[in-house]
Structure formats: C-alpha cells, structure tokens
Design a protein around this ligand. Structure first.
Ligand code: GAR
Length: 199
C-alpha cells in the first residue's frame, strides 16, 4: 500500500458481474483512482468472466469443491493475489464466506456490497427478503468483511424506496442502479483513507 502507482484491486464475483463492470468503468472514467488487476471467480461459468474478457481484465476461476479444504482453496487464491500484487479485495456478488486465510492476509482490506439495509436481510437473497416482507424501503450497504455473513463495519448505506407497484425485477433494477454508483464512490473514499494511514 505504501508503494507508488494506483491501488490494485481484485474483484471477486460469483455471478453476472454488473458491479465488477461498473467498477472498471468508474476507473476508466477516472472517478475511481485504482486498477482492477484481477477478477476472481468461484464459478467458472459466471458471466462476470465473460465481462472480464470483454473489458480486457485478467481473470482466474476455481472450483472450490475440488480443494480438500477452504484453507487450501484460499491459499491458492492468495498465491494469485500476491502474484498480481493486489492491495485491496472487493467482493461484488461473491457468494462464499471469506475464511481466516484471506482475512488475515487482507486485514481491513476486504470490502463487500450487499443489497439490503444491514443488519436486515443478510445472506444470498437480500432483495427478495425485503420484497417478501412487504417493506416500504430497503437499500444497499457497503461494509468491511469479517468472519460473519454480511457483518463487519458499515462504510455506507443508501436507501431505496419500494413502491407499491414494484415487482421483484423492478426492485432489483433500482438496487443495482444504486450499487453501481455507490460502490465506486465508497471504494474511492476508503482508498484515500488507507493511503493516508499507510503514508
Ligand atoms: C449484488 O446485488 C450484490 O449486492 C449482491 O449480489 C449482487 C451481484 O450482482 N451481493 C450479495 O448478495 C452478497 N451477500 P452483480 O453480479 O451483477 O454485480
């Protein structure tokens, strides 16, 4: 982190990768001062990997079940992160709990985005859970990652109104639109904070 040059991000994604793409675009528009040096996926058929190819971002994918343990899997991931000289891990729809190996190697340097107003509705279907509950509002949370599921220090939250005529699809669209703006902004602020601490 004390080295010269832009902060090097590894984005972890299991699915579509729309947040990954939004981050790459924010960097190319220079609203986020960083470089996405690597996309990591635990799903070799994830659309995020196709986006990485299109955006010319290096990527690596794994079948975690082929490893004897989470620790061995994460040590392999860590090797790739070290090789790419990664400073900060950004989870973007990565549906796997981060274990001790990565948490210790990237202490306070793993960020996650979650589609609810945490601590409400952690887990894999935050949007659906708020919709099914009949809530009038939900939102997006960006937070530091600890050993829990969508726990850790909250860096930012933004509310999203659930209108009476919203469908799950329209709500998903609204949430993603907020995520694509909020995530680059919060990462930019966090990078500045880290750079000050390490200066
Ligand atoms: C995003 O809505 C993100 O907040 C959510 O997965 C989606 C990924 O979309 N993450 C979680 O639910 C984490 N618990 P994307 O693949 O299009 O970026």
């Amino acid at each position: 982190m004390s080295k010269a040059g832009p902060i090097r991000l590894a984005v972890f994604a299991s699915g579509s990768g729309s947040n990954f793409e939004a981050l790459v675009k924010a960097i190319r528009k220079q609203t986020l001062e960083a470089e996405v040096a690597l996309l990591v996926s635990d799903k070799p058929d994830a659309f995020a990997l196709t986006r990485a190819d299109t955006l010319a971002v290096p990527s690596v994918s794994f079948y975690p079940k082929q490893f004897p343990s989470k620790e061995v899997f994460e040590r392999e991931v860590l090797d790739h992160l070290k090789e790419a000289d990664i400073d900060l891990i950004v989870l973007a729809g990565y549906m796997r709990i981060i274990g001790q190996t990565l948490l210790e190697a990237f202490d306070n340097r793993i960020i996650n985005i979650h589609p609810s107003l945490l601590p409400l509705y952690p887990g894999k279907q935050g949007i659906q859970d708020a919709f099914d509950a009949g809530d009038k509002e939900t939102g997006v949370t960006v937070h530091l990652v600890d050993e829990g599921i969508d726990t850790g220090t909250i860096l930012a939250q933004e509310k999203v109104v659930i209108d009476p005529d919203d469908t799950i699809e329209s709500l998903e669209e609204k949430i993603h639109a907020v995520e694509h703006v909020l995530y680059p902004e919060v990462i930019q602020t966090y990078i500045k904070k880290l750079q000050k601490e390490y200066a």
